[in-house]
Ligand binder design. Structure first.
Ligand SMILES: NC(=O)c1ccc[n+]([C@@H]2O[C@H](COP(=O)([O-])OP(=O)(O)OC[C@H]3O[C@@H](n4cnc5c(N)ncnc54)[C@H](OP(=O)(O)O)[C@@H]3O)[C@@H](O)[C@H]2O)c1
Length: 249
């Protein structure tokens, strides 16, 4: 369900729909998910990310609840973060997602998925980081990408597969679901550019040392050992996955 079907801030409507539909489980993916948008509108980010979650949680006593959170709950001064690493977000987005995690943790049957950059294809072709890159190149822009900002990207299809399996085995608490490969924004841009040889993909290397603007977390790479133990398989390395699956996956 997306916004055209239902507005999650319409709390009365959501309450009515819950009593009509009586969902057997809830996967809460909706969010104000773009960090710059949250930074520009903290009250809006609080409403969409915290209050919407609080309202859903209030309706979900006894109902399994899966919440999608982010690697940006961490400060980013060291990578390899696992589920017991202490969160300390520096952005409005990260702060609202951590607050929402706290709300979700009041439920007995909860699963909090912390994920990283997800590669994928949206119906509007402009939501995923790879789609934003392609759009920029198509419009002739040069992307300035950090060589010293690191994430653990994953294909959205792999995130979905892992989450489905985790739900099926009844996993609970916080679980990191991300790729195994630590990649800088610059390396990631190179990989996406390689998928589009027909585009003139212009990338300029830049460093956080030369950056001025809203706070950025340098290294929020996630350790997915817990997910791997629960799933009995390794999370994919993003560059291997891309090579094996191809750009249309
Ligand atoms: N994608 C990533 O790389 C990534 C990384 C880490 C964590 N996450 C988390 O994973 C989840 C899914 O991310 P995503 O990339 O799919 O986000 P997305 O592309 O921004 O999609 C979020 C969806 O939620 C909808 N939505 C937001 N507020 C709503 C509301 N009040 N009522 C109804 N629908 C609402 C949005 O509708 P509109 O389009 O109308 O706003 C949009 O369809 C989010 O919780 C995000 O924080 C994502």
């Amino acid at each position: 369900m997306g916004r055209p079907a239902i507005d999650l801030t319409d709390f009365d409507l959501i309450t009515r729909r819950f009593s009509e539909d009586r969902p057997s489980a809830v996967l809460h993916c909706a969010a104000m998910s773009r960090s710059p948008a949250c930074q520009a509108d903290p009250p809006g980010a609080w409403l969409q990310n915290v209050e919407v979650t609080r309202h859903l949680v209030g309706l979900c006593r006894g109902v399994p609840f899966v919440f999608f959170s982010t690697d940006l709950v961490f400060r980013g001064d060291r990578g390899g973060l696992d589920e017991i690493s202490g969160p300390d977000p520096i952005s409005v987005y990260g702060k609202t997602k951590l607050e929402a995690e706290g709300v979700v943790r009041h439920l007995d049957r909860h699963l909090i998925i912390r994920t990283s950059l997800n590669y994928g294809h949206s119906s509007s072709a402009d939501r995923a980081f790879n789609e934003e890159m392609v759009q920029a190149w198509r419009s002739g822009r040069t992307l300035r990408l950090f060589t010293d900002e690191y994430r653990t990207p994953i294909a959205a299809s792999e995130t979905a597969r892992a989450v489905l399996d985790l739900v099926t085995i009844g996993a609970s608490g916080i679980v990191n679901v991300a790729g195994r490969e630590r990649l800088s924004r610059w390396e990631l841009g190179g990989l996406i550019a390689g998928l589009h040889p027909g585009l003139e993909a212009r990338i300029e290397a830049t460093s956080l040392r030369d950056y001025q603007g809203p706070p950025r977390a340098p290294d929020v790479t996630l350790d997915c050992g817990k997910a791997e133990g629960l799933l009995g398989r390794s999370m994919p390395r993003f560059s291997d996955w891309l090579r094996e699956s191809g750009p249309g996956s």
